[in-house]
Design a protein around this ligand. Structure first.
Ligand SMILES: [Mn+2]
Length: 336
């Protein structure tokens, strides 16, 4: 184990540091990782962000993105960096399976592992933990780590602020989820004061769709949406052929589930997509409804109460049927 004093002492001199995050990184994964990266490089550390897989283009403008290494494209270089690191920061995940094959390398590494995360039920692989499930984003915890644990707010420069703002904005669904506390708004104000250009970040993340993405969204809403009023639930299910027809790329399916949730009476929304020989599920819910419980119990997944994911090796039709048979169990909660 490593206590805060020992970690501070380590960080007082240049270290070899790897920062990593969950596979298929989202705005918080990359925002928190690059926020920490931009903080560490100011102090002379040799830091590298390694993403287990690639990620959507709408994150490629983040400061420091050009220095990110993608594990699946540079496995040898990644393995070397992990093996030689003194410190490995694990951001926005808490189970080694979330970083795919990299999990073995990180698990075997002699480096101190620092977990900064806000997901339920962390695994015990870390040496130092800054973990809080009430945080709206890992980026919020990185801010807290820098300001309230390391006492180095002066290092929150424009690049750090821009990345952390992006993480908080995306994971809180633009400051709309219940965990967007007054503390979060104060942090966001500090980030704007430190140079984050809030309106520009919104533009870059949310107003950069391709024509294909918009037409695909239209298809999902017009032809793939099923509403189940008796359960206040909506499903959008997309098959392989649709993905091909609309030339759907990484990130194009991101956020489509939220359109189903935007209906007044819908409490639970599911987006199901056939990818390879698997069906990926993305669940969103309102209020107290535990979307993560369904993912954990039935679809080998998990996540947060209002945003969770899972996977199945059954066919799309079977997954839709299975999902519908689960709903009666939750009818009371859904009809509240
Ligand atoms: Mn997150």
């Amino acid at each position: 184990m490593l206590d805060l004093a020992a970690l501070k002492e380590l960080l007082a001199s240049p270290q070899k540091i790897v920062i990593t995050t969950h596979h298929k990184p989202d705005g918080d994964a990359m925002g928190s990782s690059l926020g920490l990266y931009n903080f560490l490089i100011q102090q002379g550390h040799h830091a590298t962000v390694i993403a287990p897989t690639d990620y959507p283009d709408f994150l490629s403008w983040l400061p420091g993105n050009g220095d990110v290494i993608i594990y699946t494209e540079h496995t040898e270089k990644s393995a070397e960096l992990i093996a030689n690191a003194n410190l490995i920061f694990c951001l926005d995940f808490n189970a080694l399976s979330r970083i795919n094959d990299m999990g073995v390398l990180v698990g075997e590494s002699k480096a101190y592992k620092i977990m900064i995360d806000h997901h339920l039920e962390p695994e015990d692989f870390d040496d130092y933990r800054h973990w809080n499930i009430n945080a709206c984003a890992a980026a919020q915890l990185v801010f807290d780590f820098i300001v309230n644990q390391l006492y180095q707010p002066e290092f929150i420069n424009k690049d750090v602020a821009t990345c952390l703002y992006t993480g908080i904005m995306t994971d809180s669904a633009s400051f709309r989820l219940p965990n967007t506390s007054s503390t979060v708004h104060r942090i966001v104000a500090d980030l704007i004061d430190a140079g984050a250009v809030n309106w520009r970040i919104h533009e870059l993340v949310y107003n950069n769709a391709s024509e294909g993405r918009l037409r695909f969204l239209g298809h999902c809403l017009a032809n793939c949406l099923e509403v189940l009023p008796e359960y206040n639930t909506a499903i959008i299910a997309v098959n392989k052929n649709d993905l091909q027809k609309f030339d759907v790329e990484t990130g194009d399916t991101e956020g489509i589930v939220n359109y189903a949730l935007s209906m007044a009476n819908v409490k639970l929304a599911a987006f199901m997509v056939e990818r390879g020989d698997k069906v990926k599920l993305s669940l969103r819910s309102k209020g107290e409804f535990p979307a993560n419980e369904i993912c954990k119990k039935y679809f080998s997944g998990g996540g947060h109460r209002n945003a969770a994911g899972g996977v199945s090796t059954d066919s799309l039709e079977q997954v839709i049927q299975q999902f519908k048979t689960i709903l009666p169990e939750y009818k009371k909660l859904l009809k509240q």
